[in-house]
Write a protein that binds this ligand. Sequence first.
Ligand SMILES: Cc1ncc(C[n+]2csc(CCOP(=O)(O)OP(=O)(O)O)c2C)c(N)n1
Ligand SMILES: CC(=O)[C@@H](O)[C@H](O)COP(=O)(O)O
Ligand SMILES: [Mg+2]
Length: 632
Amino acid sequence: MLLEQINQPSDLKRMTKEQLVPLAEEIRQFLIEKLSATGGHLAPNLGVVELTLVLHYLYDSPKDKMIFDVGHQAYVHKILTGRKERFDTLRQYKGLCGFVKRAESEHDVWEAGHSSTSLSAAMGMALSRDFKGEDSKVVAVIGDGALTGGMALEALNHIGHEQKKLMVVLNDNEMSIAPNVGALHNYLSKIRSDRNYKKAKEEVEQLLKKIPAIGGKLAKTAERMKDSLKYLVVSGMLFEEFGLKYFGPVDGHDVDKLIDIFQQAERVDGPVLVHVLTTKGKGYSPAEADSHKWHGISPYKIESGQPLKAVGNPMYTEVFSNTLIELAQQDERIVAVTPAMPGGSGLLKFAETFPGRMIDVGIAEQHAATMCAALAMEGMKPVFAVYSTFLQRAYDQVVHDICRQHANVVFAIDRAGFVGPDGETHHGVFDITFLRHIPNMVLMMPKDENELRHMLKTAVDYEAGPIAVRYPRINGVGVKLDEVLTPIPIGSWEIVRQGDHAVVLAIGPMVQVAEEAAEQLRREGIQLRIINARFIKPLDEAMLIQLAKEQIPLLVMEEGAIAGGLASAVMEFYAENNLFGVKIKPIGVPDCFVEHGSIKEQRLEVGLTAERLAKEVHTMLFAHGNNVMTRA
Ligand SMILES: Cc1ncc(C[n+]2csc(CCOP(=O)(O)OP(=O)(O)O)c2C)c(N)n1
Ligand SMILES: CC(=O)[C@@H](O)[C@H](O)COP(=O)(O)O
Ligand SMILES: [Mg+2]
């Protein structure tokens, strides 16, 4: 076994290049086996086995900087840099991270999770190398999907301008998570499909060299003719026009060709782009056949590719998906917009039902948000389906284009709260904070999947500006779904359990956690009132005033950052209205990034549990000689 001999990149360098071919096969088998137990980003990693091997074979990490865009395709890099023994813990609590992680290894020089940051990182590292007078190489591996992200294009523009020595490796597998979209994608496909491209390019270059240099006006005309000729015949010129020397396309599974092209590219003293063609899911037939499904998967049976996980109640995403279809049947203005997440956001069925009414803009959250504003202002009803974490990218567009212009955009914010194995780059724990303070925004979260349906109806009927509903990456509670959808009065909360000793304002899944705590407390004779604070903005002010009059201890429980969250909103309300003396305890996500694991473990880590709530109720009622139990 060759893989047994590899513990560090230096071990790889001792191998012959012929040995890299069987080694690649061993790594594929390793990935297929390990991920069958842990889940993870299988298809992207199977596609980059030879590419990663060759990069580590030729370059000298960590002196040379290897940057992986998104970082979801860095498993092979992890295997080669001393972490193969930890793969049983991949994406598990306290285990190996599913993305590049600086704390794990000196070979991990740049962390990500969100896409399209690698070229800016490469530019920063190349600049810093030159400022310090060092001689390291900088290599950024970016996918064809990530290249469509605005940040990557901003960076390309700057890289071409600065002309620093660095290498962009474009890993083109024709897929984002879903099939890639857009003009850039079409452009790459053209290069990819043109078998004669390389030959034509070489011939034109030879021809151009033969045109003799001449002086005066004629020379200018000849130069212009040369340029036009280049454009006519040589595709792939886009990157050269950006100022990067283009190499490729090269078969990304052919070790010899990869070594050859990287060696050629390395001789250039400036920015280069090596266009590598790979197959997502390479070597595992279920993943090759459906790389969309196998982009990121949960544990599976190797022989069949069938998932091992038992099916539970429908996920919130599925309920969103079905409800949106129902609503769109009644309202022709509804269009669904996704920034490259049609599957994850539950829009595939919508696209099938309403061809042309689902718009996938690629990895372009900012563009999506502004485009939604314009759609709304022209009378459409855009539903911007976006993961909470990726909406972070579009903060300014939400403020400047949507909220400021009172645009009737519906935000369907998925993955709100902890997300489990993707970990700290992907949690949806900041959106309450960064949306709540924007004027004109309405923000809701349902206590269960049935309420999600009513909230979606509320949102599409709302005509006074932007409105958002956020929901978690979990199965629904299993409640019965109402057929008739009724809008919920804006800013109205709901008492879901009566009690006079303490009250908890809970949102989303925290309502169920509060129910559990209330049962524990009931057994001790403590009556906990539970309020489903389903509107995070606007608050139910009448209910808050009533609570202030009662002077009842108040706890606020939310799966989001405490800073700027619902508890902050409540405290601000009381302070602004001179309603002093209400005892308030916030329970939410403290000032830290929570690592990968299960959602249960993540909640436990920060204390979003029934036990913690019950304990805090005790503290409020009985600490410091307090005893408010006399009230009952
Ligand atoms: C800002 C942002 N939006 C969306 C995503 C979700 N996402 C993760 S990987 C991916 C596809 C990336 O495609 P590509 O770069 O071609 O990599 P591949 O998986 O094909 O290797 C997407 C959309 C993300 N990580 N970051
Ligand atoms: C790397 C990335 O950003 C996505 O692949 C993400 O892992 C998808 O998450 P879900 O599994 O929640 O759809
Ligand atoms: Mg791709």
